[in-house]
Design a protein around this ligand. Structure first.
Ligand code: SAH
Length: 384
């Protein structure tokens, strides 16, 4: 069986023609999938029954199963999806409120599980945070996903499916407004498969989310940033900087060893020049590691004169790692130094803290038996 979400509009039209069907049926199918939130071929009532049967025998709509569905009181919802190739498939979805987690009934961690998150704000907007790979090869020292290593790239259909699964959690009147590629994986290491998925997300006959409302967050791979810039597709680029000098950045982010901050910044500058889109720099705040006045001043000097926004992300604790989250006073002092240095600064809100919504945390929590009384740390960092 093939995954229908792996088919572009053009490929669907070709399939229809090859099967003696009218090509305009592709538009009907896409409307059912993206707009009318259909779950099955059967539901697509304006398609002839024979065509529905033919489609059902050739294409799956869903390639993943919901293994865990968690909801936080702040409206954040998180899905742990088990992919079709995976071990540890759950027999049925486990619905959990933040309070009554039933971890014992959850499947064990398999290499084939990915996470995606729906975040709601008080203006009726909802954002999706999606994964681009199963695991991640970048091995950032503070990241839960990196601890497990990398299994494989997601297909375009698997990336898109996360968006459709999350869309189905919305009430009919709710709308998706933003997509951020800040889940598991390094988006620019899977750009070839990510681009068709984002094309469907931004297409008018797809999910209709404007390209400017789609953020690609990267560990900072210059070649990937340039490739993205050449396509000039107006996506918002966020670069995970996390340290103002190479020594510290290499300690925190091993990919920096052979790249270096200057090369990352040069590629990001090019992205701005080619697209006119201001780049966001993400900076995780790790108490006593990169949050002092020295680092603040270095960071301000590094980014001075670059049209950019710096997004500070207080560290979300990951079980088994020794980093600490800075106290609010330390965060405020860091902000002050950056602002005095002339930078635009935002601090990320934490959402979904009680459902382990941050990148890689839920999958990890499912794998490790929870120690009695251990705090449920987490929180999806959202840029607002
Ligand atoms: N590979 C991409 C996407 C990763 S997740 C990237 O590196 O940008 C999105 C952001 O969350 C990145 O900035 C990442 O460094 C950050 N992040 C990872 N683990 C975190 C943690 N425990 N606390 C806070 N932010 C974290």
């Amino acid at each position: 069986m093939r995954h229908v979400l792996d088919q572009s509009a053009e490929q669907l039209r070709t399939w229809l023609i090859e099967h003696d069907q009218r090509p305009y049926r592709a538009a009907q199918i896409r409307k059912w999938l993206y707009e009318k939130r259909a779950d099955s071929w059967e539901q697509m009532s304006d398609l002839p029954r024979g065509l529905r049967e033919q489609l059902a025998s050739e294409f799956d709509i869903w390639s993943a199963e919901i293994a865990v569905h968690r909801k936080d009181d702040d409206g954040t919802e998180k899905l742990l999806l088990t992919l079709a190739d995976g071990a540890g498939r759950a027999p049925a979805a486990i619905e959990e409120g933040a309070a009554g987690s039933n971890l014992a009934a959850a499947p064990s961690e398999g290499p084939s599980q990915i996470e995606c998150v729906l975040l709601r704000d008080d203006k009726g907007h909802s954002s999706m945070c999606i994964s681009t790979q199963v695991g991640c090869a970048m091995k950032c020292a503070f990241c839960a996903t990196g601890l497990g290593g990398m299994t494989r790239n997601l297909t375009s259909g698997e990336i898109l499916e996360q968006m459709l699964q999350l869309q189905r959690l919305l009430k009919p009147e709710e709308r998706l407004s933003h997509v951020v590629c800040m889940g598991m994986g390094e988006p620019l290491a899977n750009l070839q498969r990510l681009m068709p998925a984002l094309a469907a997300a931004s297409a008018k006959d797809g999910l209709g989310i404007g390209a400017r409302k789609i953020t690609i967050s990267t560990v900072g791979l210059p070649a990937g940033i340039r490739r993205l810039a050449e396509q000039n597709c107006q996506y918002h680029l966020a670069v995970s900087l996390h340290a103002p000098n190479d020594e510290l950045r290499t300690q925190l982010m091993p990919t920096n060893r052979h790249i270096g901050i200057e090369a990352v910044l040069a590629a990001a500058d090019e992205y701005f020049q080619k697209t006119g889109r201001r780049v966001t720099y993400e900076y995780i705040l790790l108490a006593g590691v990169n949050d002092g006045p020295t680092e603040g001043k270095q960071l301000a000097a590094l980014l001075r004169g670059r049209p950019s926004l710096i997004n500070l992300i207080p560290y979300n604790p990951v079980r088994g790692l020794k980093f600490r989250t800075p106290r609010p006073g330390a965060v405020a002092r860091f902000v002050e130094i950056l602002e005095q240095g002339g930078l635009n600064v935002a601090i990320r809100h934490r959402k979904g803290a009680r459902i382990e919504a941050a990148c890689g945390q839920l999958r990890r929590a499912m794998a490790a038996p929870r120690e009695a009384g251990a705090a449920s740390a987490g929180g999806m960092a959202t840029g607002k």
